[in-house]
Design a protein around this ligand. Structure first.
Ligand code: ADP
Ligand code: MG
Length: 498
């Protein structure tokens, strides 16, 4: 791979060292388990959490004479993912044997793709907030390969076990270009890939179950200088650990270099307990694996018609949805990026912001979904799909705010009532007398009382008009939050002569 620097050094990312500023360079290899019922080359089930060695066919156990047969659905999933990454789809690709010994690899080799992967160059866009903006991370390739089994060392004092349930499960290895420049970008990149694959239904993205793992390549350099030697941190399976591992590793490399040392190209492991990375082995080179085309498998070939068919069937992807939400509802790019992170949230939002032909205030709807609703759901550990307040009910609350019938404050109380008791928001406002008071007579009466009861404050407000806020607060309190704040303000200013 020829390394090209596509990024302009950003001082916000610089790391201070004793000899000046440093910049980190990161490239990720993501292993994403393909969503499919059966394995890449065998009919065994891929179901998670089954008893050890129950999802194992003769092919997965590498019995002599068994032959792999490609699972067409896995090929389709890889093409779909490639399309989602706006990548080049290669109509002809090859399966190679990557030879190495491991107790959980009964074949003695992994079937992978080396020189000719099914998917070539693509790109992923990340929203890094207002200051940094949108950054583009290049994709080098995506290839299909088999997963290995699992060695289990903690079940018996002097024996190890091997579970082959994972053996032969299809993985997509997605390799980025070294375009990532901070731990925040690395996390955003993993998150974005996961979102894209979840939209496509090609990988469930479940990091705890190991469906998504990252090998993280980190190097450091003087800003904009030559690329440094990288270390690869293997098999990181949480976003938090990814961030911590990168921060630690970059600092470690800077310290080594500033002490006059050199970085040895290594494979390292991150230990979440100590927060450190440690060396596992010196980095192997491709030639160590003695790659050669698997003689049991023909080249993988398909025609443009298959690509076209899959392309025509793709759902609206996160970037497109984001752009559409901004254009259609007038919300900020940032709000849209939060909403589209999860397809169900985006759908929920659209059902709030639009009901049939009727459009509601897009910004107000976004605030309610992103802040109030999501906050409340997070507190209860609930998914938006099981929200006690439906999109229709939340839309009803927003109608009442927009129509001036309730204040923002009362709306929060109303939301709580709907959350715990259900019901139609408009009817609840009627039956519980929550309507905003815009009747000037009633407000004037309260204002009169507050002014009469607080002569000291009245004397002060003449010199300090900003104190009118205190009066507004008193009137709102006396009206139990129901007085229309604009009307209160106006009447107060009149009566106080401001
Ligand atoms: P390997 O399998 O040997 O690790 P790959 O080509 O599959 O090699 O992956 C290399 C990964 O390392 C890519 O994600 C690439 O972007 C990244 N990378 C390459 N050079 C550097 C570097 N100097 N610093 C950081 N990352 C790098
Ligand atoms: Mg690697």
């Amino acid at each position: 791979m020829t390394l090209i620097d596509t990024r302009t050094p950003n001082p916000d990312y610089f790391i201070a060292g004793a000899t000046g500023d440093w910049e980190m360079v990161i490239g990720l290899e993501i292993h994403a388990q393909v969503s499919s019922q059966s394995k890449l080359f065998s009919p065994s089930s891929t179901e998670f959490g089954q008893p050890p060695n129950s999802n194992v066919s003769f092919v997965d156990a590498a019995m002599p004479g068994m032959l792999p047969v490609i699972n067409e659905e896995c090929v389709r999933q890889a093409i779909r993912t490639g399309l989602g990454l706006k990548a080049q789809i290669n109509k002809r690709s090859l399966f190679d044997r990557k030879n190495y010994f491991y107790p959980d690899l009964p074949q003695g080799y992994q079937i992978s793709q080396f020189k000719d992967p099914i998917v070539g160059e693509g790109e992923v866009h990340l929203d890094m907030g207002e200051k940094i903006g949108t950054v583009t991370i290049g994709i080098e390739r995506l290839h299909l390969e088999q997963d290995a089994g699992k060695s289990i060392h903690d079940q018996h004092p002097n024996m190890s076990f091997v579970d082959l349930n994972r053996s032969g499960v299809a993985l997509m290895e997605i390799v980025s270009k070294p375009d990532i420049r901070s731990s925040a970008e690395a996390r955003a990149y993993i998150t974005k890939l996961r979102t894209i694959m979840r939209y496509l239904g090609t990988c469930d993205g479940n990091m705890e179950q190991g469906s998504l793992r990252a090998d993280i390549n980190v190097s450091v350099r003087k800003p904009g200088g030559e690329f440094g030697t990288r270390c690869e941190i293997k098999n990181v399976n949480s976003l938090r650990f990814a961030g911590q591992a990168i921060e630690y590793e970059a600092r470690r490399q800077i310290d080594v270099l500033e002490d006059g040392g050199e970085i040895a190209q290594q494979t390292r492991l991150y230990d979440p307990k100590s927060g450190k990375t440690r060396s596992m082995r010196s980095k192997e080179e491709a030639h160590d694996y003695r790659y050669f085309p698997d003689p049991d498998l023909l080249p993988l070939e398909f025609d443009q018609a298959l690509i076209d068919e899959l392309a025509a069937d793709l759902p609206e992807l996160p970037d497109e949805k984001q752009a559409r939400l901004v254009a259609e509802y007038g919300i900020t790019v940032y709000d849209a990026s939060v909403l589209i992170a999860d397809r169900k949230s985006a759908d929920f939002y659209e059902n709030v912001a639009k009901s049939g032909d009727k459009k509601r205030d897009g910004k107000l709807s976004a605030n309610w979904v992103i802040n109030d609703l999501s906050g409340r759901l997070a507190k209860e550990g609930l998914d938006i799909a099981s929200s006690p307040v439906s999109a229709e009910q939340l839309g009803g609350i927003i109608d009442l705010i927009s129509g001036g019938e309730i204040s923002g404050k009362i709306a929060k109380d109303l939301f709580e009532i709907v959350w715990s008791e259900g019901g139609n928001p408009a009817e609840l406002v009627e039956s519980r007398g929550m309507k905003q008071v815009s009747d000037t007579g009633a407000i004037e009466k309260i204002v009169g009382e507050i002014i009469a009861a607080n002569p000291d404050q009245v004397a002060k407000v003449k010199d300090k008009p900003s104190m009118v806020g205190w009066f507004v607060g008193q009137v709102m309190k006396a009206s139990q939050g129901k007085a229309n704040p604009q009307a209160v303000n106006k009447i107060l200013r009149d009566k106080l002569g401001l």
